[in-house]
Design a protein around this ligand. Structure first.
Ligand SMILES: Cc1cc2nc3c(=O)[nH]c(=O)nc-3n(C[C@H](O)[C@H](O)[C@H](O)COP(=O)(O)OP(=O)(O)OC[C@H]3O[C@@H](n4cnc5c(N)ncnc54)[C@H](O)[C@@H]3O)c2cc1C
Length: 509
């Protein structure tokens, strides 16, 4: 049997972009997804589809949302987000540690990527609910993140799967790729076959039960694109690289990202780079399930309105600066801060002054919440020592400085005299009833990866490309370190995926 030009490993945003791009170059492409059809799509499926990209203002954004009417546009106030701003944001949030070449490419290509996604039929809309404030009938966007995919991550992934099928990508589900064996200029791609899963997407739609599947299956390819996520769903690897407390962390997304791709890339000589002890982890509802919940689609357990209140631990003490920056610039590392607290839990506290400003996830039926008319009662419901909690709130309230509260910008209204301070949006907690939302740490994805160049080619320790081996998405190292600007994961996956697919397509042809 003649070899396939390109095998793409993974079934999320990065893999789908790589597969489509490679196919559009004329290559034969097979995509192997570890998950069965009904659990396909990786972490990308669970996202809200928020996607960060550089643009010159509303006119350029309208290129990717051509459905936007003039009337809608007239109510939008959207500052430009230049590529240089995106680049310096990524650099500064990595503490200067990211690979500047990769970051510059990602930022400058991001609008091209969005146009390309649109050409692949992905549709976008403005994020009115969480990234804009309405005033006098106009929406003022802030923070560089303003667009999401229609239908959230599910819409994005379903559209890309449809497009991949339309352009002729062959898709196999339930194929967990475990080994890549170089074989005379080709690659033998060895996969474990999940039992009882339909092999192809079209079979998944038929009523007839699948025939017996073999336990393993091998494919021969000229090139391989690895886009199969980090190791966030692997408890042993979490413990090994992130530390003991991470072993039992809740996983926000797919259970299939076990670190296989990182291991395979390294086994072929790929250099391990980036922050292997770092990850994206957020505050999630204390009642969230151990993995992403496919029964209730969407990113529903996150709790992102902490800049409007205070956060205390089980001992009733504050431990982070809730108002250090906009939530897009702090949320990805505050999960870790919660994990290091006693019992790995914390409580986000709000009063009636800000309740109407809380994000929509706080009003969902899944949200766990305690309410009380006094702080002492609230502490009692939280299982926290009332005296310690009241002392914390008193001290915080006393240190709130003058100035106007304005959630649209960093207002400088600080509680400066407490440790830790609250740098912005500090209002005294004074208007009952008070609310407490118990939260814990949930891991989103890991930051450690392999070295790639700006075509997604995997590089050796000597920074030489390994012919025919590519990586994209969460597997790319040297991009994200201690922190992360919200919406960057999808644009990174799409940009590196598309470029890897294009390069592999041209190379194999
Ligand atoms: C709840 C949640 C919300 C998020 N919200 C956003 C957001 O709004 N905006 C944003 O930019 N980012 C968001 N992210 C981060 C974003 O999901 C990731 O950065 C991005 O989707 C990663 O894409 P990927 O293709 O690399 O990985 P994934 O989408 O995770 O895809 C990896 C794929 O590889 C498959 N796979 C794994 N191992 C194997 C193997 N051995 N063989 C074959 N297949 C394998 C998996 O089944 C999966 O299909 C969110 C993440 C989560 C979990």
């Amino acid at each position: 049997m003649s070899p396939i030009d390109i095998v793409v490993v993974g079934g999320g945003n990065a893999a789908l972009c790589a597969a489509i791009a490679a196919r559009l170059e004329g290559a034969s492409v097979t995509l192997l997804e570890a998950a069965p059809f009904e659990r396909r799509g990786g972490n990308s499926w669970f996202t809200d589809g928020a996607i960060r990209f550089a643009h010159g203002g509303l006119d350029e954004v309208r290129e990717i949302i051509p459905e936007m009417s003039d009337e809608e546009a007239s109510r939008i106030d959207l500052p430009p987000f230049p590529s240089e701003a995106f680049e310096s944001e990524l650099m500064s949030m990595s503490g200067g540690k990211a690979d500047r070449g990769l970051v510059a490419m990602l930022a400058s290509e991001s609008l091209t990527t969005m146009r390309w996604l649109r050409e692949q039929s992905v549709r976008f809309a403005m994020i009115y609910d969480n990234q804009a404030f309405e005033r006098d009938g106009a929406y003022r966007f802030w923070g560089g993140l303003s667009v999401k995919s229609v239908g959230r991550g599910i819409g994005l992934v379903d559209t890309l799967f449809r497009r991949a099928e339309t352009v002729g990508v062959e898709i196999h589900y339930g194929r967990r790729v475990r080994r890549l064996v170089p074989d005379d200029g080709l690659f033998r791609v060895e996969s474990e076959v999940a039992s009882g899963v339909p092999a192809r997407s079209e079979e998944a739609d038929t009523a007839s039960p699948p025939g017996p599947a073999p336990a393993s299956e091998a494919f021969t390819a000229r090139a391989v694109v690895l886009a199969c996520g980090g190791f966030e769903a692997n408890a042993d690897l979490r413990r090994k690289h992130l530390g003991e407390p991470w072993r039992d962390a809740v996983v926000r997304g797919t259970e299939f990202n076990q670190g296989d791709g990182l291991e395979m890339a390294q086994s072929l000589g790929g250099a391990r780079v980036g922050s292997w002890s770092g990850c994206h982890a957020i505050a999630t509802d204390a009642g969230a399930p151990p993995y992403g919940d496919r029964g209730v689609p969407g990113d529903i357990y996150k709790k992102h309105s902490y800049p409007l209140g205070i956060v205390v631990n089980r001992e009733g003490r504050r431990f982070l600066d809730e108002g250090l920056d906009f939530r897009n610039h702090t949320y990805a590392r505050y999960g870790r801060a919660i994990l290091s607290q006693p019992g790995g839990v914390a409580f986000q506290i709000f009063d009636q002054q800000v309740v109407s400003l809380l994000r929509e996830e706080y009003g969902r039926p899944e949200a766990t919440v305690f309410r009380a008319d006094t702080l002492a009662e609230l502490a009692d419901r939280m299982g926290v020592d009332p005296r310690a909690f009241e002392d914390t709130v008193d001290e915080y309230n006393r240190s709130v400085g003058p100035g106007a509260f304005n959630p649209e910008r960093k207002d400088g209204k600080a509680a400066a005299g407490v440790v830790p301070p609250k740098s912005n949006w500090a209002l005294p907690l004074s208007e009952p009833p008070f609310l407490a939302y118990p939260v814990m740490c949930a891991i989103t994805f890991t930051f450690g990866g392999v070295a790639v160049d700006d075509h997604g080619r995997v590089l050796t320790d000597e920074r030489e490309p390994i012919p025919g081996v590519y990586a994209a998405g969460e597997m790319v190292g040297n991009l994200f370190f201690d922190n992360y600007p919200g919406g960057s994961g999808l644009i990174s996956g799409a940009t590196f995926g598309r470029r890897a697919g294009q390069h592999a397509g041209r190379w194999t042809r």
